[in-house]
Design a protein around this ligand. Structure first.
Ligand SMILES: NC(=O)c1ccc[n+]([C@@H]2O[C@H](COP(=O)([O-])OP(=O)(O)OC[C@H]3O[C@@H](n4cnc5c(N)ncnc54)[C@H](OP(=O)(O)O)[C@@H]3O)[C@@H](O)[C@H]2O)c1
Length: 300
């Protein structure tokens, strides 16, 4: 496959998309442009070409002409548009599509059964596989939870503002997590190595760790003993299912915690998958340095 130069990002101002967009621009390896909805209020530097699209088939094909890769970082609200976007990418002759994954192991059936919306991510991959013969290749990046985002937002069992922790199942089960910068690094590396990364899932991390190790680093970095309560991943899955079923988004965070910390959800990529960090040449990131930076209010 020839090299990838022209890259368009969808959802470039989103929670995850902003890190991906920044990494692509900072790498100086690509001509990066953005596809945004007409009503999107995000602003970009003057040298970034922003295409507005209502996601109609004709506008998508027009925008994708001349692009080598489409990187989707669409959130839940736009997730369902991906089938149409993929079909337009094929028509326009795009070479590589990165679906909006960047999280839990959606190849794990126990995980996808717990969060019904993940079923759509699975459908997107199935659709992508059907496009391979038409010339569109794909790469799905699984990063585990976005560690820095979770700590900053207090959604992984740790509240850095109140120094409180909820430890699940004893806190010694390992899971893989990635800082948002590492997700951006992975997207850059995938597009820089199109041959080696075609038509596959790639699992990455910043570190694979446990809640107890994170708690120890948080206590060291904040210089205080945290208040700890204990729970179980089964309780989180049960309560999360009930709440989310009633439309309460707090339920979704409980479900994500259950997948991240529970047994059998394929969340330890060092055991349940093969880490692609080396293949992609990703930089080392440490738990201790990450926590120290976050406790000091810095980004990583
Ligand atoms: N690993 C983790 O911890 C983690 C955390 C969060 C998300 N994720 C994953 O990362 C991916 C991106 O999620 P996200 O939370 O970053 O997305 P998000 O911030 O909710 O949305 C991303 C972008 O989607 C576009 N969009 C398209 N249609 C939309 C609509 N109808 N309403 C609102 N926005 C729409 C918007 O871009 P424009 O304004 O430019 O049109 C928006 O900025 C998902 O696959 C998600 O599952 C992973």
């Amino acid at each position: 496959m020839s090299s990838i130069k022209n890259v368009i990002v969808i959802g470039a101002n989103g929670s995850i998309g902003a890190s991906i967009f920044k990494a692509l621009v900072d790498s100086s390896k690509f001509n990066v442009s953005v596809l945004a909805r007409p009503e999107s209020t995000a602003e970009y530097a003057a040298n970034i070409k922003v295409f507005r699209s209502d996601y109609s088939d004709s506008s998508l094909v027009e925008v994708f002409k001349g692009q080598d890769a489409v990187v989707s970082a669409l959130g839940a609200a736009g997730m369902f548009e991906q089938i149409k976007i993929i079909d337009a990418a094929v028509q326009a002759g795009v070479k590589r599509y990165l679906p909006s994954e960047y999280g839990c192991n959606t190849q794990n059936e126990k995980a996808t059964a717990l969060i019904p919306a993940f079923g759509f991510k699975v459908k997107v991959i199935e659709h992508l596989k059907q496009q391979e013969a038409k010339g569109l290749s794909w790469t799905a990046i699984e990063s585990g939870p976005a560690f820095d985002m979770c700590i900053q937002a207090g959604i992984a069992g740790f509240n850095i503002n109140t120094s409180q922790a909820v430890i699940m199942d004893g806190g010694n089960r390992a899971y893989s997590a990635s800082n948002m910068s590492q997700i951006g690094n992975a997207v850059v590396a995938v597009l820089a190595k199109p041959e080696e990364t075609a038509n596959q899932f790639l699992y990455i991390d910043s570190f694979t760790t446990t809640q107890n190790e994170i708690l120890a680093e948080l206590e060291k970095a904040t210089g205080k003993k945290w208040e700890v309560t204990h729970s179980t991943s089964d309780a989180a899955a049960k309560e999360g299912t009930e709440l989310f079923g009633k439309g309460d988004f707090a339920g979704l965070f409980l479900l994500l915690s259950a997948i991240m910390l529970g047994e059998g959800y394929g969340s330890d990529f060092t055991q349940d998958a093969a880490l692609a960090n080396q293949k992609l040449g990703l930089p080392e990131q440490s738990l201790a340095e990450t926590v120290k930076a976050l406790a000091a209010g810095k980004s990583v």
